[in-house]
Design a protein. Sequence first.
Length: 272
Amino acid sequence: MRRLVNLRPGRGSALVLGALPFFALLLVYLVASDLRLSENPSDKMLPALSSFADAIRQYATEPDQRSGQVLLWLDTQASLTRLGLSLLLGAALGLVFGIATGALPYVRAGFSPFIATLSLIPPLSILPILFIVFGMGEVSKVALILFGIAPFLMRDLSMRVGEIPSEQIIKAQTLGASSWTLITRVILPQLLPRLLDSLRLSLGSAWLFLIAAEAIAADEGLGYRIFLVRRYMAMDVILPYVAWITLLAFALDWSFRRVNRRLFPWYSGKNA
């Protein structure tokens, strides 16, 4: 039947429809920028595209006079290092505690209330505590991101363990599987693709906590640079940095999705 709910765009149409909001936003920006610059050529709120090009060239290709390094790549390396370490530690903690609380009733009784409580604490509220305990260095920044994503990963993976059909657990035990064998041969293989999905879902929060930590206490990083230049109202630097962060986040999300499809095709097919 020809109803809107039954009409599906082709691949080309889907690409066009997906690009339309971006073109519309760009058009609105160009019109608004032209109007503001016509009234005040020195306006910094909505700079022209040429200003963006100059700022990108300066930050992405020219060494900084003070440090001698190219700032965009210096900031990118610093931020991705902090983010990558936090995701790696969060994945390890999420997997260990997720499996333990999901598969072992005694561990679940002991740790689930504690993990649930941790997940309800706003991570940014403990940032001053982290700075006091760990100082203003890298540890406190990684700890903030880790505190923000690890409880979510633990709870999500624990629930996924509970969704494993009980028939599989019973059959494995009937065949003589020990608790360790159940975890390594039945639970873990089914949990690894879900871990990648959970990491994808936590990327937004991880970036938020990273930018917040860098804005408060850092001397390099994407968040640090944005908050450094805001005092000069340098929108020609801030907006490209925001766009670059968005592109990096999209690339990480796409990478997790591709790895999941490559390593666990059965999982991708099940969720298609």
